[in-house]
Ligand binder design. Structure first.
Ligand code: FES
Length: 572
């Protein structure tokens, strides 16, 4: 069989003026001519290193390990930066820029001479933005995650991101001083890597491993562990082979791979943000996936990994107990074990020898950590296009609950009134927060697990039913209904809820309803008019114009699908 010409030769293999231009400036980096002759696949290293994304701040070092592997396997590595989204710093929310970053990634890959790509992902949005962008090009692509940070320690206890919410409540109640609060900051983030619990970053790392886009153990090897660099080296070697095998993303990202990923996400108690990102990725690669699939495929899977926020421990501990392969082994009978993965083996082959070393960390299917996990997808007159709830992070007794609505019209209203001693609220009420959806905020921030009123915290109340069209941090917890669609800012039924209305949440029957008459609904709808959003230029204007709703993945309508790797016009 004739050897397929490398894509990069469309640039470097040219003769005359074009070839001169494509090669000459590259040579100012000290690159010898033979690298351009077409024998070595050019591997783009798509790097989200940034000092403003501290979870990815070790990526320069990791890229060096990748390059060693690429050189060893006969490839030609070329590293390039893309927009990096640091969850903890970006205002108003990193989610506002996920699609922008994905456009950067897509166009950077397509426009440049590369035959395969490594995506260096870590902090929450850096994984979906890179995978979405790369999927719309569809070259051989392998994801390398940066790994979780080592678990923090404070006052003799292990701590991680999920503790921030507890610390904040203790601080509010005066149980923690300002000095202790600052001490806890340094104690929590004591090593390189992304958040230590199964928050969105680790959920995303598990997602790519379960999809088959990353090597086994990608999700759990700690960032500070030398084996993370070994994985980078091996990933560098493997991507060169993937180019030779023409193992493009669409051959890995099949419907079976997505179903596997949903089941694995349930087994690890992954973040609700996962839903938005997986739907967006599926739409880029052309796989049909909707909200109902999350309920269907996750409802059969119990919580296997005993990792925060759904469980007790940390992703670092999960690695020592056997990692994601050992978790997948427990639900093997449900997985599509014939799904192909980036190492050229099937998922079944990858987990064949997986073993659990600690049953405190990894339960069995018959004796799980919790019987219920996954994602509950709710429907009803409050959320005609769906809403979601994570049962493993909720209080079981609140999963069936009817209560009086206490409504906050937007985030400012919430902040102004939540701790007002005169707020008419008790623990049986249902807190409703409006205008935090994709367009309403804009960017759908992680405020859905809004803090409880101080006067109820003082009474010892730990959880209440909370409903919004926003998101929740992957490290958050509580009986929190999220992603209500359509959102309130565009006139979704959530906009019509008034103080004192009764709301019925019935998770076992997957329903969420506002208990008012049809006539009253119609009257309120007729009186509703959306408030204008205060953005009239720039990227945010594009976002408001083109973003779709939560049940569709919050992607831009014009980014769905793929344009493939072909470049239709030359530069010279
Ligand atoms: Fe980056 Fe949590 S802030 S992963």
């Amino acid at each position: 069989m004739a050897k397929k010409k490398l894509r990069s030769q469309e640039w470097y293999g040219r003769t005359g003026k074009d070839g001169f231009i494509y090669r000459s400036w590259m040579k100012n980096q000290g690159l010898p001519h033979h690298l351009f002759e077409g024998e070595k696949p050019v591997i783009g290293i798509c790097n989200t290193w940034s000092e403003l994304t501290p979870c990815n701040a070790h990526f320069r070092d990791l890229a060096e390990a990748l390059k060693r592997g690429i050189w060893e396997a006969g490839g030609f590595p070329l590293e390039f930066p893309v927009m990096s989204l640091g969850e903890c710093s970006i205002k108003p929310t990193a989610m506002l820029f996920r699609n922008l970053a994905s456009m950067d990634v897509e166009e950077s890959i397509r426009a440049n001479p590369m035959d395969g790509v490594i995506l260096m992902c870590g902090c929450d949005k850096t994984t979906p933005s890179l995978v979405m962008g790369a999927a719309s090009v569809n070259l051989p692509t392998l994801v390398l995650s940066g790994g979780p940070m080592l678990v923090g320690r404070f006052k003799g206890k292990k701590i991680g991101t999920s503790d921030i919410w507890r610390f904040a409540e203790d601080f509010k109640l005066g149980k923690l001083s300002q000095e202790e609060f600052i001490e806890a900051e340094a104690a929590m983030s004591r090593s390189v890597g992304h958040c230590a619990p199964m928050g969105t970053a680790s959920t995303m790392a598990a997602m790519v491993e379960a999809l088959g886009l990353a090597l086994p153990d990608n999700a759990t090897i700690p960032a500070a562990d030398s084996r993370r660099k070994v994985m980078a080296h091996l990933a560098g070697m493997r991507i060169v082979e993937m180019v030779k095998e023409d193992l493009t993303m669409d051959k890995i990202l099949t419907r079976k791979a997505f179903e596997n990923s949903i089941m694995v996400n349930a087994a690890v108690g992954g973040s609700t943000n996962y839903i938005l990102h997986l739907i967006a990725i599926a739409k880029r690669i052309g796989v049909t996936l909707d909200l109902a699939d999350f309920d269907e495929f996750s409802s059969r899977i119990p919580l296997i990994a005993n990792v925060q926020p759904s469980g007790e421990h940390w992703v670092e501990d999960l690695f020592y107990a056997g990692g994601l392969p050992a978790v997948m082994k427990e639900i093997e009978k449900y997985l599509h074990t014939d799904a192909i993965t980036v190492n050229g083996k099937t998922l079944g082959e990858n987990i064949a020898k997986a073993e659990c070393w600690d049953r405190n960390l990894i339960g069995t299917f018959e004796n799980p950590i919790k019987p219920e996990s996954g994602i509950a997808v709710l429907k009803g007159n409050l959320c005609p296009n769906g809403a979601v709830l994570k049962p493993s992070a909720a209080t079981p007794s609140l999963l069936t609950h009817t209560g009086r609505a206490v409504v906050f019209e937007d985030i400012d209203d919430y902040k102004a009134r939540v701790d007002d001693p005169n707020l008419d609220i008790d623990e049986t009420c249902v807190m409703v927060l409006k205008k935090v959806g994709p367009k309403g905020y804009p960017g759908m921030p992680e405020v859905g697990n809004m803090g409880l009123p101080k006067k109820l915290l003082e009474k010892g109340v730990k959880d209440m039913v909370r409903i919004s069209d926003g998101r929740m941090s992957g490290t958050g917890f509580g009986t929190v209904v999220l992603h209500v669609s359509p959102e309130s800012a565009i006139g979704g039924p959530l906009a019509l809820v008034q103080n004192g209305d009764r709301i019925e949440l019935d998770v076992p029957n997957r329903s969420l309803n506002l208990l008012i008459s049809e006539e009253e609904f119609a009257t309120r709808r007729a009186a509703f008019s959306p408030s204008p959003l205060p953005y009239d230029r720039g990227y945010v204007n594009l976002f408001l114009d083109k973003v779709n709703q939560a049940h569709e993945g919050v992607d831009f309508d014009f980014l769905q699908g793929s344009s493939g790797p072909e470049v239709k016009r030359d530069s010279h």
